[in-house]
Design a protein around this ligand. Structure first.
Ligand SMILES: Nc1ncnc2c1ncn2[C@@H]1O[C@H](COP(=O)(O)OP(=O)(O)O)[C@@H](O)[C@H]1O
Ligand SMILES: [Mg+2]
Length: 403
């Protein structure tokens, strides 16, 4: 039922078959291999395609394992850690210099293979290398194949934190829909840094400034349009989700460029408008030492709909429930989009904070979604309500066994 709602939420679907079998598991990890990753010396974990529940004591390696899963997509993974920090620390003389993750994927009946590794060259420089089915792949190649949404305890601070926290949270959701969003953001920030430096030097060459502003405007406009698109999809998914365990949220993007993007809707118009704002803001920005207008300042407003209260004023438990609702809504929005397989949903320590009814509702909703969810918790009993819909594993000191 929930899946039907998820499909209806995507107004642009054109009737192309999603290819979902009746159990809905069209995208799942069937084997996860780790080498020298965090507290794992080596691991080969076989999975049957059901949801994956990891239980074990604090410090056992549960979060490390789903962090490894998150590295199969683009970017830094769910802790945002620097790549070398993921190398297994060891006192041995021959301590490893890199790490590797491999995954066998079932993508709608097609077997795919992903390898991601940290490589270190002769002079000690590190880089991430990725392969898809044995051939070199870019991060956007991976992003096209692996759609991931996640919720971690660190996100609990998102409503109390600054706009940057909420912007990063939202951009993560956007990235799952639009893999090129990350690259647009990188290029936008690079152009902005160059413009800031040029303005700081003063007496700048106007044509050079105009060129940098054109780049900022183009990539910023792209970002704003991506964000507005994801916002629209998430809102639609929120509206079609059942009322119940997780409160609905009213979402707004607070940013001038997103406003223009929502009104104008096409890249050229938004780019021109943004470039005009940058040009007219030069002296103000030079005085401030940074760009005061742009997509790098956008905030996400989240209101608890049933209460009509801004999320920041909600209780910790209500905020957690809102966040779970948002992640589920985005998973719904991603589900059944014609270009992409179902998203993986990674929920770190989410179950422990819920009462048993909400836990059951969460598992029902995850099961209806049709993706593969990975959950962590200290106690095996937290996952009882999954019944036969999940595999359970006990994690202990970097070892994993089915329980
Ligand atoms: N690079 C690393 N090398 C070895 N151990 C690490 C590394 N990074 C983190 N750890 C260890 O991994 C352990 C498990 O972490 P984590 O997965 O967060 O546990 P939990 O099961 O509580 O989620 C911690 O004891 C941490 O010190
Ligand atoms: Mg943990």
């Amino acid at each position: 039922m929930a899946r039907a709602a998820g499909r209806k939420a995507d107004g642009e679907r054109d009737g192309e078959t999603v290819g979902a079998p009746s159990d809905g598991r069209v995208f799942s990890i069937r084997r996860l291999g780790l080498m020298s990753f965090r507290n794992y010396a080596g691991l080969s974990l076989r999975l049957d395609g059901r949801h994956v529940c990891l239980h074990g004591a604090n410090g056992a390696g549960k979060t490390n394992l789903i962090e490894a899963v998150s590295m199969l997509g683009p970017g830094k993974g769910l802790r945002g850690a620097a790549l070398p920090d993921l190398v297994r620390a060891s006192r041995d003389a021959d301590r490893p210099s890199g790490w590797a993750i491999s995954a066998d994927i079932d993508d709608g009946g097609h077997a795919r293979k992903i390898n991601v590794a940290l490589e270190v060259d002769d002079v000690g420089r590190t880089k991430r290398s990725s392969q898809l089915d044995g051939a070199a792949a870019s991060q956007s190649d991976l992003a096209e194949l692996v759609r991931i949404v996640w919720l971690t305890p660190a996100m609990d601070r998102v409503f109390a934190g600054g706009p940057g926290d909420r912007r990063r949270f939202f951009d993560r959701q956007v990235l799952a829909h639009t893999p090129s969003h990350g690259q647009a953001a990188t290029r936008y920030e690079a152009a902005m840094r160059d413009r800031n430096a040029l303005l700081e030097r003063g007496g700048a060459d106007a044509s050079w400034l105009t060129a940098l502003e054109a780049r900022m405007a183009e990539f910023g406009a792209q970002m704003a349009l991506n964000r507005v698109d994801t916002l629209r999809r998430m809102r639609a998914a929120i509206d079609t989700r059942p009322d119940g365990a997780f409160p609905k949220a009213d979402l707004e993007l607070e940013g001038r460029i997103e406003q223009i993007a929502a009104d104008a809707g096409d890249l050229t118009a938004v780019t021109e408008a943004f470039a005009g704002l940058l040009r007219s803001g030069r002296s103000r920005d030079a005085a401030a030492g940074r760009a005061l207008e742009g997509v790098h300042r956008t905030d996400l407003s989240v209101v608890h709909r049933p209460k009509g209260l801004p999320a920041a004023q909600c209780s910790t438990g209500e905020q957690k429930a809102l966040l779970i609702g948002l992640i589920l809504a985005n998973a719904h929005a991603l589900f059944g989009r014609d270009f992409a397989p179902n998203p993986l949903v990674l929920l770190d320590e989410a179950a422990a904070h819920l009462d048993s009814d909400r836990r059951a509702a969460l598992y029902d909703e995850l099961s209806a979604l049709g993706g593969q969810a990975w959950l962590t918790g200290t106690d095996r009993g937290l996952f009882d309500a999954f019944g036969a819909r999940a595999q359970r594993f006990e994690v202990s000191a970097g070892e994993v066994r089915e329980s």
